[in-house]
Write a protein that binds this ligand. Sequence first.
Ligand SMILES: [Mg+2]
Length: 384
Amino acid sequence: MTARLSNLSPTRIEKLETFLIERWCLLRIHCEDGTVGTGEAGVHGWPRPTAAMIDEMTSYLVGRDPSTIEHHAQALQRHSHFMGALVGGAISAIDIALWDIKAKRYGVPIYELMGGRTRDRVRCYMHAKGDTLDELVADAVAKKRQGFTAIRFSPFAPDYHLRKSFEEWVSEAERRVGAVHEALQGDADICIELHRQMNPAESIALAQRLRKFHPYFYEDPMLPDSPAMMGDVQARSGLPVATGERFSSIFEFQELLANNGCAYVRPDVCLCMGLTGSKKVAAMAEAHHVKVIPHNPLSPISTAACVQLDACIPNFALQEYTGESDPPKRDMVVQPLVLKDGYLEVPDAPGLGIELNDTALARLRLREVVTEPPIGRDGSVQDW
Ligand SMILES: [Mg+2]
């Protein structure tokens, strides 16, 4: 497959390089003409197998035209019937890097090739955390003072799974949400993240006690495996559900939207077939009057890719942002994105708009994490 790019000389993919940093799997694709594209895979639970999956796809990509992005995604996805997060994450990293290459070769930001700007800046929500209620409130107020107009937090204390009764659990959650709501004084929206730690009956019951605080969204009120049940939770909770961060295909989002499962879709551009797949998800959501809140717990490459998507879709709502002013994120990129008053500026630079710092890449390492889920009072594994 050869693209017809009248004003560009042809080039070929020369090599792929993966980098494992913290819990992130980053990718660089080098072309014969010297153009380099950067991407990231969003399977942060399994970074080494994700890098191995990209390595498996290298033999297909080397020597091919980097500009036929959709064609390559189709070839990598459909040559085998096996799908899932590792495949979706690897294809996403490749997709983002190929978009970076294509846009750099044209000398424009990626969003210019995806419909052009729909906005000049991107409203972000920031995480607040705290083991105790006082720590949570203090962190939420600190994030508001940094300029953020939307704050996301868990209503549950880290040791929630040790509460002796459901009543104790939801009463504590109600106190935590109420305290943050009061402290923010209406200056910032509250965004509630349940992290799949309740079943449908439990999250519907909790929602009835949280509605009075008018949360902007109610995220992952159950495990995301049943679109029909998620639709039931949204209808009966009376709160706007946000979900989709674990989906690695557009087909899962289609089922979710067909079941009225959410008010906000949460595609991860590093997991759901890259910018190409996430733009398709945004279009499906638009047709359902659903807005987009891209998932972004990863590196500055993920953030930059999200901003390119946010900049060109009409139904963008909020961007997840976890702060990039401290190491190692601060050191990873040359010329970071500009954050001002809780908004990220849409960059004018070609491609993704940021570049990895080679010095930092050589120094940073994978952070080893021992998987230890929370264990309940009865000794059983709990969700997180
Ligand atoms: Mg989440």
